[in-house]
Design a protein around this ligand. Structure first.
Ligand code: NI
Length: 206
């Protein structure tokens, strides 16, 4: 695994549309492992391949909906249904450091994606997770959240209104990172979410 450099706003690669992943091979696994390591060294809630200069439709999202912090891997994700109801909340982005902004997005979505082995799965999500996934899919289409921001905020203002789980997660990661830096080790890793894949014929497999 290796840390990858995160591209910042102003880099043209962030404005390009990423290509579909067609090969579920060792190279993809390496990219995903590197994205894991990179996101673990930051306090971000998600990271998309184009943010490290790889124009492929793959991204990670931190899922805080269960009892543990987990990383969700989404390959070729697409939103297949949206709720009409919108949710307005603040977002930030590792590629747009120190800037936060309010963005309106559908409150509930159903996502179809593939795992790192190419298995197709669907996921219903709402609120912050639905928002995080939509933010990452935007990256795959070359869109930064700052383009859709209705009001910009300082980090302090953002922290006051962000989802409580996200605020706690950011604190936990920051502490883990500081502790690791002190002891010269790596921050503890976040487990990958185990997806139960439901094949088209209805037979369940893992
Ligand atoms: Ni982002």
């Amino acid at each position: 695994m290796a840390l990858r450099k995160i591209l910042l706003q102003g880099d043209k690669a962030l404005l390009r549309t990423s290509r579909e992943v067609t090969d579920f091979d060792a190279r993809l696994a390496q990219l995903l492992d590197d994205l894991h390591e990179t996101i673990e060294s930051e306090e971000g809630m998600g990271l998309a391949a184009p943010q490290v200069g790889v124009l492929r439709r793959a991204c990670l999202v931190i899922d805080l909906t269960g009892t543990e912090d987990e990383v969700l891997e989404l390959i070729n994700p697409e939103i297949i249904t949206y709720s009409e109801e919108l949710d307005t909340a603040c977002e930030g982005c590792l590629s747009v450091p120190n800037i936060w902004g309010m963005v309106d997005r559908p409150k509930e979505v159903r996502v179809r994606a593939q795992d790192r082995f190419g298995n197709v799965f669907e996921l219903d999500c709402d609120n912050y997770l639905a928002r995080a996934i939509q933010h990452e899919i935007d990256h795959l289409d070359g869109i930064l959240f700052s383009k859709n921001t209705t009001r910009f905020l300082s980090e302090k203002e953002a922290e006051l209104i962000m989802d409580g789980r996200e605020r706690e997660f950011r604190k936990r990661r920051k502490n883990a990172r500081l502790l690791a830096a002190k002891s010269g080790t790596k921050p503890s890793s976040i487990n990958s979410r185990k997806i139960i894949v439901q094949p088209a014929d209805g037979a369940e497999s893992v």
